[in-house]
Design a binder for this molecule. Structure first.
Ligand code: SAH
Length: 227
């Protein structure tokens, strides 16, 4: 069997992993060795008797900032020299995560994910350890752990052999710059609502063109920025 896709997560709360990634598609794939998960506790590299990982912001202001030296020590201890994997820092200031980027990351050897807490991390560690800032959306989470779970989940479901049908990835939302068409299943009638007649027609060409038109309409209405 080929090498698993490897995720290494650096966090103050390693007990939050694998969390939801232990269930369903991702959990089965983890069990089968399609991907692997390593956790590095940032607190293990804290300073002094109290294992301090944060300090007050230079220049004043509210909250605390994660120390560059502590994060760098955690990265240096956790990664082999020359580890080729991209190192992502979860950050609301980062590049917004998109499906095309996810696909690229899933095709690589895996990821190193750094989870921030408090007001964020000392800026100097970003260039010093070659971290790439990635955001999971325009809102602020209390920490990077849930963002890291999002990134890993999105990548793992694309790994070969994870999704039931290899094809099911290709027609989804975003894959063609479109949101997905509406889906239906049994029963045929439900609370007075029926399934669109075309889907029951067995005419594959008509079904395909109906779906295409629906996907275009939904994308135009909801996400004109994608078109
Ligand atoms: N003071 C920061 C927010 C810190 S939130 C600011 O205003 O930009 C604490 C941590 O949660 C961050 O360091 C980051 O790791 C994580 N986080 C919060 N929102 C996120 C988002 N939208 N995407 C990715 N990570 C996020």
């Amino acid at each position: 069997m080929s090498e698993p896709w490897r995720a290494t997560v650096l966090s103050l709360y390693p007990e939050m992993f694998p969390g939801p990634l232990a269930a369903s598609l991702c959990g089965d794939a983890l069990g089968r060795g399609v991907w692997s998960l390593e956790l590095a506790g940032i607190r293990d590299h804290g300073i002094g008797r109290h294992r301090a990982v944060d300090d007050t912001p230079a220049g004043g202001g509210p909250g605390m900032v994660m120390r560059a030296d502590v994060l760098a020590a955690a990265l240096d201890a956790g990664l082999a020299a020359g580890d080729p994997r991209p190192r992502l820092l979860m950050s609301p200031r980062g590049r917004p995560l998109k499906q095309a980027h996810v696909r690229m990351l899933a095709e690589g050897p895996g990821l190193v994910l750094v989870c921030g807490r408090f007001e964020g991390v000392d800026e100097r560690v970003i260039p010093a350890r070659n971290l790439e800032e990635v955001s999971v959306g325009d809102y602020v989470l209390s920490g990077g752990e849930i963002a890291a779970l999002v990134v890993i989940d999105a990548c793992v479901r694309l790994l070969p052999g994870v999704m039931g049908k290899e094809l099911s990835g290709a027609q989804e939302s975003f894959e063609e710059g479109l949101l997905e068409y509406p889906q239906y299943t049994r029963p045929r009638e439900w609370e007075g609502r029926s399934i669109p007649e075309v889907l029951l027609s067995g005419d594959h060409a008509r079904i395909a063109s109906w779906r295409r038109a629906q996907a275009e309409r939904i994308t135009r209405e909801r996400r004109p920025d994608l078109t």
